[in-house]
Design a protein. Structure first.
Length: 144
């Protein structure tokens, strides 16, 4: 079972969609400051407007929210495309190519998470990357 690429691809789909769901909780959670320094930081993140010209003046919190939405949607896109390929029993060459693209994208994302975030997203991205890598390595190179 664990030698079949479909097992690892299904595992990556589950990890991608679970991570997207877990990450979407950040949209309904308000950060609560624990001291005066955090209160000042959060006030600045929510109120100080950056002038990017042409009428664009987002706060730092607006930028962080947009990055967060992008991350969640990337996970949903990856999971649903992989699920679609399995559900439609796509040609193995196409599936292997898409898995390879996933490995590159989610591998780069894992490296970024490793240096720029904290333990929960690092573990989630590691699980996704490892499952995709194993799916790629166990997928037959050509159909018999």
């Amino acid at each position: 079972m664990v030698k079949k690429y479909t097992f690892w691809l299904k595992a990556s789909i589950v990890f991608q969609l679970l991570t997207a769901g877990l990450h979407s909780f950040s949209f309904v959670n308000d950060l609560q400051p624990t001291d005066d320094r955090e209160r000042q930081l959060l006030d600045l993140m929510n109120s100080y407007k950056l002038d990017f010209g042409m009428g664009f003046t987002p706060t730092m919190q607006n930028l962080m929210t947009s990055f967060s939405i992008g991350f969640t949607l990337l996970l949903v896109l990856g999971g649903t495309v992989n699920w679609f390929l399995l559900a439609k029993k796509a040609d193995l060459a196409i599936v292997r190519g898409v898995i390879g693209i996933n490995v590159i994208v989610f591998g780069a994302l894992f490296i970024a998470m490793l240096f720029l975030t904290f333990m929960i997203p690092i573990v989630c991205q590691a699980l996704i990357f490892i499952a995709l890598m194993l799916a790629y390595l166990t997928a037959p190179k050509r159909t018999q």
